[in-house]
Design a protein. Structure first.
Length: 248
């Protein structure tokens, strides 16, 4: 059984009011893990203590973000404070708009894989929909990953469907040897439409989770946007995973 986590970006409007309240609510729902996206004025170690005091582990984080801008040593230091051996990176649509752009992105990622690897870290990448567009018939992610053999993936399974152009479970199987984490979310496949609680949209969540490799031990619930009450949406999503035997 996989651990169920939640990406705190989903609750950004609420954490801006009170991080402690959000963590209390999540712990009360039964969550035992979170994935930070910023430390909200706390040091990494201070943030970790706020979580651990409530029984919340941090198996992964979107802070610190790995960049080739001189901040990589600090990012590794912060990851060490959190007790992590993984660093995350990710890129925008322009970084995947052409073959030349993909090559330039691959060069950056290869350089970071080498640097963080020397310090005992693994670099993983979080995707959006544009990596799953096609260029001359090929998935842009296929082109990119052929150039970057050392990077691992936190596959955002909803974005991997590219609004229904691809089948998410097939994308999971396609990249299974790279996946170390998975973002699990649901929706209507309509651009700009808010995400829906798991099991209430068009994603085949059961097939997606079944396709995940053993290396993906954490399912990270995420809402990019939510039309209703975010606490209720997160709670229903967790209940869907637990009720269907997909996570602890």
């Amino acid at each position: 059984m996989r651990t169920i986590s939640v990406q705190l970006y989903s609750l950004r409007d609420e954490t801006a009011k009170s991080l402690e309240h959000v963590l209390d609510e999540l712990a009360g729902m039964g969550f035992r893990a979170v994935e930070p996206a910023g430390f909200l004025g706390h040091t990494p170690s201070g943030f970790k203590k706020l979580c651990s005091d409530r029984g919340l582990a941090i198996p992964s984080s979107h802070s610190p973000w790995a960049n080739l801008d001189g901040t990589l040593p600090k990012a590794m230091e912060q990851a060490h404070e959190l007790g992590l051996d993984k660093l995350v990176c990710g890129y925008g649509p322009r970084d995947f708009e052409s073959i030349d752009a993909i090559k330039a992105t691959a060069e950056k990622v290869n350089a970071m894989v080498e640097q963080v690897g020397r310090e005992g870290f693994t670099l993983f990448m979080h995707n959006h929909y544009w990596e799953f567009e096609r260029l001359d018939g090929r998935l842009k992610y296929d082109i990119f990953l052929d150039m970057v053999p050392g990077v691992k993936l936190e596959l955002d399974t909803y974005w991997s469907s590219n609004f229904g152009e691809e089948t998410a479970a097939a994308m999971v199987k396609r990249f299974a040897d790279r996946i170390v984490l998975a973002h699990i979310k649901d929706g209507s496949f309509v651009r700009e439409a808010p995400n829906l609680p798991l099991g209430e949209g068009k994603m085949d969540i059961k097939a997606v989770v079944a396709a995940l490799p053993e290396s993906a031990r954490t399912l990270v619930i995420e809402f990019d946007t939510c039309a209703g009450n975010i606490f209720d949406a997160v709670r229903r999503s967790r209940e869907y995973l637990v009720g269907n035997g997909l996570g602890m």
